[in-house]
Design a protein around this ligand. Structure first.
Ligand code: ATP
Ligand code: MG
Length: 265
């Protein structure tokens, strides 16, 4: 049985869709069957990240019972995508999502669900459909407060939280530290993605950043997160591994703890 992971944040522009596309491609790189779903129904754009422009049948059709979910799946290079419609007139019921993806969990190893930044039925539906969530955050106070809110909501709804993805990090001392963030939110940081102009270049080429620049620091971090989520050990270049364990980073330790908890019982 596959796992559905919601990629959420109650703030716009922090990088949810970029994480779905980059992490999805990284997991597919481990020869896993991956499905990406655009659960951001009011302002969808996952398709635009992946060169899937104006798809005919989308999640909107599925959630308004106008199409079967199988007909809304588009096969890209090594991953599948269910996009949403930018323009759609009929009302949809986001809360059908959980039921609609049930049988797909048998077909895929991992399903990543993108979500809307608003605190409404759409985000709630993503949380309810997910077996775990990753909350995307950035190292600043306004985002931290919305991250706290998202974590609280997930806890209320009983959705397990797999961790935080700390995105757009400049490594400046005015930024909130991992320690500050973890202390406030009480959720481990599972990946730290630098702010990188290559992510914007990747977007302009409709390509996941992990495919566009596979050796960048961010892509390496996505691969480590991907391997942790699927229970595989990712072995980067030996010398790097050696130094890593002299001075392990917080997120390295968090990923190891997650791996031991989930896959080593
Ligand atoms: N690590 C990064 N470095 C630089 N730019 C980034 C990074 N991550 C995301 N971006 C850029 O930030 C912008 C917003 O990203 P994205 O659309 O993924 O955010 P979002 O949280 O999905 O937004 P929304 O809530 O509106 O759906 C995009 O232009 C994207 O390319
Ligand atoms: Mg988005």
């Amino acid at each position: 049985m596959g796992k559905a992971i919601g990629i959420v944040s109650l703030k716009g522009g922090v990088g949810k869709t970029s994480v779905v596309s980059a992490l999805g491609a990284a997991i597919a790189g481990f020869n896993k069957k991956v499905l990406l779903i655009d659960g951001n129904l009011s302002a969808p754009n996952l398709g635009l990240h992946l060169n899937l422009i104006e798809p005919e049948i989308t999640l909107h059709h599925v959630l308004s019972r106008k199409a079967n979910i199988g007909d809304a799946i588009y096969q890209l290079d090594n991953l599948d995508v269910i996009p949403s419609s930018i323009f759609f007139r009929t009302n949809v019921n986001p809360l059908l999502l959980k039921d609609k993806i049930k049988y797909l969990k048998k077909k895929y190893d991992i399903i990543l669900i993108d979500s809307s930044p608003s605190l409404d039925k759409e985000t709630l539906a993503v949380m309810l459909a997910s077996d775990g969530i990753l909350v995307v955050t950035t190292p600043d106070y306004p985002t931290l407060s919305t991250t706290l809110k998202a974590v609280k909501l997930a806890k209320q709804r009983g959705t397990p939280i797999d961790g935080l993805v700390l995105n757009k990090v400049y490594n400046k001392n005015f930024e909130l530290s991992i320690k500050d963030i973890e202390k406030t939110v009480e959720v481990p940081v599972m990946a730290v993605i630098p702010h990188d102009i290559n992510v914007l270049k990747a977007l302009s080429e409709f390509t996941p950043s992990t495919i566009h620049k596979p050796k960048s620091q961010g892509s390496e971090e996505y691969k480590k997160l991907a391997s942790t989520l699927i229970g595989e050990k990712y072995k980067p270049f030996r010398l790097k591994r050696f130094f890593k364990w002299i001075n392990p980073k917080t997120q390295d330790i968090n990923r190891l703890v997650f791996y031991e908890n989930v896959f080593n019982d």
